[in-house]
Design a protein around this ligand. Structure first.
Ligand code: FAD
Ligand code: NAI
Length: 478
């Protein structure tokens, strides 16, 4: 292998939501860019977009949307006066629709890279030194490429659980659970995190009896307690059987089912299911990424160590997305990728790490930004809380989606918004207003004085801001 490879201003390893926007922005900044990606679909084909487009955000949201329509058409349409004689399920068509959305979007990424003049290279990238990457293509042929700067955006992989190793299509990870060809009669899920709740909801709506085993005693501990409790109540009401404090001790595979053994408070239990999904978190992916002299450091959990600008210990090497500290979210990776591409081009850029929105796409949806009430309390500052239930929101009532609430926390002294927490219809869309407000350092009063269209769900956020000062209009006991 010759070391005289092609030379670029920037070489990006990974074309997920962190790597491909970094590549595009670097090209927009007038730099020459190569983006190396090795994603392999289940049929062996390649496509761009990483986990998010191929096996994460997009396919899961496609199935969440379809399963929600199926569920609502069976349970709620009658109340709207929409009478359908018989609602049937064509899972093949549902999966085909999901596949088509993924194909359209991943091809879109390929087209975007091309139209921006990014050289897209399929293969495995390995960092040899601060400016050199070795690329191994699918046939095993190797070449080197050079970059004045290199961006590592290699993403993450599901964590394995030694007590529940994956087994063909019986014990699967999140990707496997997006691909079921039949609705399992009994579905076990290990982990009541974001994947467990979203994919558990999909299959529960389509008819599975779903049991979720969660090791921790608390439900969604990262979510504000009021919102977590409200969410728990509604998900339980839908039939999701969430067993907290459940420690999985082993699995036994039979021909067509799996028995999970677990303990709660030291007492042993068995759970027999037809399919089991293991979703206990993800780990940063750096397998075969570094040559001996790469010089990049990892922390004790395997994340690439970076500073607040995403620069590694090697000044010409940067790392962004799931492979570095912070929440494993597509939009967080994208902002980091864009920031780094701008910094390399000599522009000013930074990521607002304290204002990262999170969304869980259950029904009702959950979203939040900023600090929880417990975090604010622990920080010792004086604060006030405003809440407003969707039950009193006209748009939510007319949609028949009036479960949930908005909670806003603001500082007592300067009225600055510290956190907004929502469980309710389209919470993932509603949080955008709170994110923008916090980006602009808005106060609760700024939201109170902002006109919100009527009737919209956004009025619930307006009312929560008013309620922080005891002034909500549509609330009996402010
Ligand atoms: P990835 O998307 O993992 O992309 C990394 C890419 O790099 C891959 O294509 C990989 O093949 C490639 N690669 C790795 N190593 C090499 C190498 N050495 N050489 C060449 N290529 C390499 N996040 C959200 O914000 N919203 C959601 O709704 C959401 N839903 C999700 C649902 C599921 C089921 C899952 C599993 C995840 C979900 N996520 C969601 C998380 C989101 O997918 C990740 O945060 C995001 O994909 C991380 O982006 P990334 O670019 O860092 O890494
Ligand atoms: P997670 O970290 O959200 O949840 C994992 C859960 O498994 C935790 O509640 C944990 O306590 C539990 N757990 C760990 N070990 C266990 C064990 N041995 N037995 C039982 N429970 C155990 O991880 P998840 O759900 O796998 O998702 C991975 C990542 O993907 C998340 O970090 C998330 O940010 C991202 N994601 C984001 C989505 C979104 O933004 N809507 C959707 C899906 C995933």
């Amino acid at each position: 292998m010759s070391m005289n490879g092609s030379k670029y201003d920037v070489v990006v390893i990974g074309a997920g939501p962190a790597g491909y926007p970094a590549s595009i922005r670097a090209a927009q900044n007038g730099l020459t860019v190569a983006c190396i990606d090795e994603w392999k679909n289940k049929d062996g084909s390649h496509s761009y977009g990483g986990t998010c487009l191929n096996a994460g955000c997009i396919p899961s949201k496609a199935l969440l949307e379809s399963s929600e329509l199926y569920f609502r058409s069976r349970s709620e349409f009658k109340e709207h006066g929409v009478v359908i004689d018989k609602v049937g399920l064509d899972l093949g068509a549902m999966q085909a629709r999901k596949g088509s959305i993924v194909r359209q979007l991943t091809r879109g990424i390929e087209a975007l890279l091309k139209s921006n003049g990014v050289e897209a290279i399929r293969g495995h990238g390995r960092l040899i030194d601060g400016t050199t990457v070795e690329v191994t293509d699918t046939e095993g042929k190797q070449k080197v490429v050079h970059g004045d700067n290199i961006i590592l955006a290699t993403g993450s992989m599901p964590m394995v659980l030694p007590e529940a190793p994956l087994h063909s299509n019986l014990v699967v990870d999140s990707w496997g659970a997006l691909e079921f060809e039949e609705v399992p009669e009994r579905l076990g899920v290990i982990g009541s995190g974001v994947v467990g709740l979203e994919l558990g909801s999909v299959w529960q709506r389509l008819g599975s009896k779903v049991v979720i085993l969660e090791a921790l005693g608390d439900f969604l501990p990262m979510v504000d307690l009021d919102v977590a409790q409200e969410t728990h109540r509604h998900l339980k009401g839908q039939g999701l059987d969430i067993r907290l404090g459940a420690e999985v001790t082993g699995t036994t595979i039979s021909e067509n089912n799996v028995t999970v053994t677990y303990t709660v408070d030291g007492e042993s239990h068995n759970l027999e299911v037809d399919r089991l999904v293991v979703c206990v978190g993800r780990r940063p992916f750096t397998d075969s990424l570094f040559g001996e002299n790469a010089g990049v450091e990892l922390d004790n959990q395997g994340f690439i160590c970076v500073d607040s600008s995403c620069r590694t210990a090697v000044p010409t090497v940067w790392a962004v997305g799931d492979v570095v500290r912070g929440p494993m979210l597509a939009h967080k990776g994208t902002e980091e990728g864009v920031m780094v591409a701008d910094l390399i081009a000599g522009k000013f850029s930074e990521v607002s790490y304290k204002i990262i929105p999170s969304v869980i796409y259950t029904s009702p949806e959950v979203s939040w930004v900023g600090q929880t009430e417990a975090e604010v309390k622990a920080s010792g500052i004086a604060y006030k809380v405003g809440t407003f239930p969707f039950l009193a929101n006209g748009r939510a009532k007319s949609m028949d989606q009036s479960k949930g609430l908005v909670k806003l926390i603001a500082a007592q002294d300067d009225d600055g918004i510290l956190g907004v927490h929502i469980v309710g219809p389209l919470a993932g869309e509603l949080i955008a207003e709170a994110v923008l407000a916090m980006e602009f350092s808005a106060s609760a009063e700024d939201l109170q004085r902002t006109m919100h269209a009527h009737p919209t769900l956004t009025e619930a956020l307006h009312e929560a801001a008013l309620s922080a000062d005891g002034n909500a209009i549509h609330m009996i006991n402010n």
